[in-house]
Design a protein around this ligand. Structure first.
Ligand code: GLN
Length: 398
């Protein structure tokens, strides 16, 4: 317990914004996994290597003395590569000089975007459960979040509830598809409903598409990633956020970007410049090579993740968890009510201490802890051997 007098003194010394959120629970679970020597299915980072060609490109860039600042909004090589790939996927021609900003990961892309858009009194619509960063991002940018529920088991959204969340103060809506933590892939119909409300209330869609290539569907009905920016009337009111982390298995490189029409981009670039100046220059060069990989790379990536997903889901099913098999991203949000624990945090502590598996308590993804009290999140971006070891530890749960 902190001394109450010290607490009051600190309240005066520190920002009130910082008082309103905690440290990341996801990263805390990684630390607990280390303490208990547990298998880390908590934080979403691969435990397998990045593609050799991408690693070599970074080594080559350092060898070539790419050691100084890149252009603040991104080295020309990676911006050109993003334009080419984005054009191939969406059919949209974006301007590398005026519509792109390279950032320190999608994390900086999101906070820089919100800082560039939000004024006091502005509201942001957030789907819940949400990736934990969006909460502190709203606080730091000064936005008031308005939550719209994605209801289990299929994480469906209610259009009437969505409509009720939009009003004259709504500035932006944050969409994450494929979704962390649920694995939901928003349908064209859902995106069109959201787009309709954006046009009606003059709202900007901020879409985190970091898992765009980790998408499954069924062999006879493959799912395609659909970007909000391609929906009618959304070209100039969408900020697309993406990055290298998940697609090229380099979460520690911190290279991300935003795509947005010129006026929004100019505002994002100003914020980005004073937040971080720029992302690591040699890693941006490697990004240009990564983004030029052939289509087959992305197919193999998705196939590999499908196999990992199926392995984990089979183990979870056998152990008695309730869940919907994810359509995208690399997480399973599971229901723990079969185990009879009072809440997610108690169960998570038991898992990491007694079973040797670290996961993220569901409450980290909700504005009110109670809503996530019977859920936990598993990450399956791990080697087959890691997932098999986890599966055998689940045997102890039965
Ligand atoms: N996106 C990853 C996850 O959700 C890692 C994020 C983090 O470190 N907070 O686990």
């Amino acid at each position: 317990m902190t001394d109450p007098l010290e607490h009051v003194a600190n309240q005066r010394r520190l920002s009130q914004k910082v008082e309103r959120f905690t440290e990341s629970v996801i990263r805390e679970m990684t630390r607990k996994a280390m303490i208990h020597d547990a298998i880390n299915l908590a934080q979403g980072f691969p435990d397998f290597p990045a593609p050799a060609i991408v690693k070599q490109a970074a080594i080559d860039a350092i060898d070539a003395d790419i050691n100084q600042y890149a252009i603040t909004w991104g080295a020309k090589s990676i911006r050109d590569a993003i334009v080419a790939k984005f054009g191939e996927q969406t059919g949209l021609r974006i301007d590398a000089e005026r519509e792109l900003t390279v950032t320190c990961g999608a994390t900086e892309a999101m906070i820089a975007t919100l800082l560039a858009l939000i004024n006091p009194g502005d509201e942001v619509v957030v789907f819940e459960p949400f990736y934990e960063n969006y909460g502190p991002d709203s606080v730091l940018s000064g936005a008031t979040p308005r939550y719209v529920a994605l209801e289990p088991p299929n994480w469906t959204m209610d259009v009437a509830e969505l409509e009720a969340a939009f009003n004259d103060n709504t500035k932006a809506v944050i969409i994450n598809t494929p979704n962390n933590p649920t694995g939901k892939v928003f349908t064209r119909r859902e995106l069109e409903e959201i787009a309709r409300l954006c046009r009606q209330h003059d709202v900007i869609a901020v879409t985190d598409e970091i898992y765009e290539h980790i998408i499954y569907g069924e062999p006879d009905a493959p799912l395609e990633h659909l970007s909000m920016i391609t929906i009618d009337g959304m070209r100039d009111r969408t900020v697309v956020i993406n990055g290298m982390s998940k697609t090229y298995s380099v979460t520690g490189w911190r290279v991300g970007w935003t795509v947005a029409e010129p006026a929004i981009t100019e505002a994002i670039r100003k914020v980005h410049d004073f937040l971080t100046v720029g992302a690591a220059a040699p890693l941006q060069e490697a990004g240009a090579i990564a983004l030029s990989l052939p289509r087959s790379y992305y197919q193999e990536l998705a196939d590999g993740y499908r196999a990992r997903r199926d392995l984990l889901c089979q183990a979870l099913d056998g152990a008695g968890f309730g869940f919907t098999v994810p359509d995208g991203a690399y997480y399973v949000m599971a229901d723990i009510s079969a185990f009879g624990y009072s809440d997610d945090v108690t169960f998570t502590d038991f898992l990491v201490e007694e079973i040797g598996i670290a996961v993220v308590p569901g409450s980290s993804f909700y504005s009110e802890a109670e809503r996530g009290a019977q859920q936990i999140r598993f990450a399956f971006c791990k080697r087959r051997a890691t997932l098999e070891a986890a599966a055998s530890r689940f045997e102890k749960l039965k």
